[in-house]
Design a protein around this ligand. Structure first.
Ligand code: CA
Length: 233
């Protein structure tokens, strides 16, 4: 939607300018910072609708910015990584980034991801669940309240990112049903999302860390080799 504000934190000048140019051309308001400290301050001040965040930054790195902001706000965060290995850091640290792109990436792909993240974020904030939707869903000792967006395990609140929450709800409301990675991508990221299935695996791994007694040998979210995933309860 035009007018939405995007904060870009990136220290490579040429890339920052290319991002600014392309995002403005799409009708977004763009604010920028070239180091982590300024970026963090701007994120708090300018209240952006979405954050594009590089990992390797002067002063305060992107992982730390992400970690700090996640505690404060629910804005979508798209991380930019220079190396494929950093992907594991983004997800391994459970920072709560919503998506990532590995450099070099195409502007077209970046814009598609941003549109998908913003659309999803608007849906979460504007669309109430249908009246027929039960407000609380349960599976074993996991309980999810769709109104308050709180999920608990044995009565203890789970700290889930918005995407993990949606993934858990999707799986729980379709208990026993097998989902392919593409089906999960389509349900949670939208059909025009140009991502790879690794994105799904990564979010499943995060979620397992939080809800499985032994994430290495999961009993709730089962991997179906060659297919995808199934929730067993
Ligand atoms: Ca950088």
């Amino acid at each position: 939607m035009p007018g939405e504000r995007i904060l870009v934190i990136e220290d490579e000048e040429n890339l920052l300018e290319a991002l600014r140019y392309n995002l403005q051309k799409e009708g977004y308001q763009v604010v920028t910072a070239a180091d982590g400290e300024k970026g963090l301050a701007l994120a708090r001040e300018a209240k952006p609708d979405l954050l594009v965040l590089d990992i390797m930054l002067p002063k305060l790195d992107g992982l730390e910015v992400c970690r700090l902001l996640r505690r404060e706000a629910d804005i979508p965060i798209l991380m930019l990584t220079a190396k494929a290995e950093e992907v594991d850091r983004v997800v391994g640290l459970e920072l709560g980034a919503d998506d990532y792109l590995t450099k070099p990436f195409s502007m077209r792909e970046l814009l598609a991801r941003i549109r998908a993240l913003l659309r999803r974020s608007r849906m979460v904030s504007e669309v109430a669940p249908a009246p027929s939707t039960p407000k609380v869903i349960k599976a074993g000792d996991i309980e999810v309240n769709l109104d308050s967006h709180v999920a608990t395990l044995k009565g203890t609140p789970l700290e889930l990112t918005p995407r993990e929450f949606d993934l858990l709800v999707l799986l729980m409301t379709n208990k026993g049903r097998a989902f392919t990675r593409d089906q999960v991508l389509e349900r949670l990221w939208g059909h025009d999302y140009i991502g790879d299935s690794r994105t799904v695996d990564v979010h499943i791994r995060w979620l397992r860390e939080k809800i499985e007694a032994d994430p290495g040998s999961p009993g709730r979210i089962i991997t179906i080799r060659g297919v995808g995933y199934r929730f067993e309860g």
